[in-house]
Design a protein around this ligand. Structure first.
Ligand SMILES: Nc1ncnc2c1ncn2[C@@H]1O[C@H](COP(=O)(O)OP(=O)(O)O)[C@@H](O)[C@H]1O
Ligand SMILES: Cc1ncc(C[n+]2csc(CCOP(=O)(O)OP(=O)(O)O)c2C)c(N)n1
Ligand SMILES: [Mg+2]
Ligand SMILES: [Mg+2]
Ligand SMILES: [Mg+2]
Length: 331
């Protein structure tokens, strides 16, 4: 920041000391955000797992979204990638590109959101960077976790005959964005706010990821869209997937959207913002799904099967769906 601090307008280092340093309290290696970098030890017998996702106003969130929600989603989408690898969160690094003129209240609201979710997910701030930009509000977060040696879940590893299983419900995030944009005015207010909440606050499936260590043959989180991300398992595992669309788990709100207009099925299957896990399961483990579901406190639904070949085919009650765009692409 180039502006000098005044009594009522804190400067860059006031913001770091007063707003961000308290978020690093649980991390002794962050040195209270007073050093050039942080240190972190992996517990004995574990490996570090690292992931980074960015969020940009107008691309990943709406400029009108609550700053606390934006912060929590930023943390949660990264935790979702740790969950997909089967990892346990430890710490995170944050780069904030504040749009010039951002108010201190907005920054405080953002940090409040981080504080709330740090406690919920047992993770703390390790460091980062604070800059301003003439572009839109943007953030990048690097989450670091650990996993016992040799336990990592990969996108690669699915075998022909494995079941394709998803956690939670699919499509709520994409429909939530439509709800916030005023496109689903036919829904009642409870459904609208349920879907908006699902867009704002995904639920990273960390307990599930850890429970899948010796069970899943491959795993990822669904961020771009169910069809596109299933395609990633197919590509890295050199297989095809057949998706039984009628088995895709839906919330009551999503069912109400479909009852109004079946065309929303494409948004559900390809819209992304799900942050549920999709994993492949050797058929001999199918009987373990109810226990896994109880342990992970999420619904687990088999929605298809892996086969020899390439690509994802979506079959809706026996009829193959033509899907031109399987998910979100930045380019
Ligand atoms: N700019 C980049 N530099 C290095 N690695 C990247 C970059 N962009 C994406 N990746 C890597 O490419 C892979 C796929 O990225 P992405 O689709 O964004 O993953 P995800 O959807 O799980 O967040 C990941 O391993 C990610 O770390
Ligand atoms: C305002 C707004 N428009 C569109 C979307 C939809 N969207 C934007 S990026 C994206 C995919 C996920 O983001 P990405 O940066 O690709 O995360 P990753 O897959 O790397 O985890 C989706 C579904 C959104 N979330 N918010
Ligand atoms: Mg990414
Ligand atoms: Mg991912
Ligand atoms: Mg991601």
């Amino acid at each position: 920041m180039t502006q000098p601090p005044t009594e009522d307008r804190p400067g860059e280092f006031d913001i770091i000391r007063e707003i961000f340093a308290p978020l690093s309290e649980s991390q002794p290696g962050a040195f209270n955000l007073t050093d050039d970098a942080a240190i972190l030890k992996a517990p004995p017998g574990t490996e570090l797992v690292m992931t980074k996702d960015a969020m940009v106003s107008g691309v990943h969130f709406l400029a009108s979204d609550d700053p606390g929600h934006i912060a929590r989603k930023l943390l949660r989408v990264n935790l979702s990638d740790l969950a997909a690898m089967g990892a346990t969160p430890m710490g995170y690094l944050l780069a904030a590109f504040w749009e010039q003129g951002t108010s201190i209240d907005w920054i405080r609201g953002f940090a409040e959101g981080l504080k709330q979710d740090q406690q919920a997910f047992s993770i703390g701030l390790l460091g980062g960077d604070t800059v301003t930009t003439s572009g839109p509000q943007s953030f990048s977060l690097t989450a670091i976790g650990n996993i016992p040696d040799q336990k990592v879940l990969r996108r690669k590893g699915a075998r022909p005959g494995d079941l394709l299983v998803v956690s939670g419900n699919i499509g709520d995030g994409a429909l939530g964005l439509k709800a916030l944009r005023g496109e689903l005015e036919f829904l009642d207010p409870e459904d609208l706010s349920f879907l908006a909440d699902r867009y704002h606050l995904p639920q990273p499936r960390l307990t599930l990821g850890r429970a899948l260590h010796d069970i899943a043959s491959s795993c990822l989180d669904i961020s771009d869209g169910l069809m596109a991300d299933t395609g990633h398992i197919c590509e890295t595992s050199s297989l095809a997937a057949v998706l039984e669309v009628e088995n895709v788990p839906l919330s009551m709100a999503a069912k109400n959207v479909l009852a109004h207009d079946k065309a929303y099925l494409t948004s559900i299957l390809t819209g992304g913002d799900d942050y549920e896990l999709a994993f492949t399961l050797p058929a001999r483990f199918e009987s373990r799904l109810p226990d896994l579901s109880t342990q992970a406190q999420t619904k687990l639904t088999p929605i298809g099967r892996m086969e020899e070949g390439t690509g994802v085919r979506a079959i809706n009650n026996g009829v193959e769906m033509a899907v031109s765009t399987p998910g979100w692409r930045h380019f």
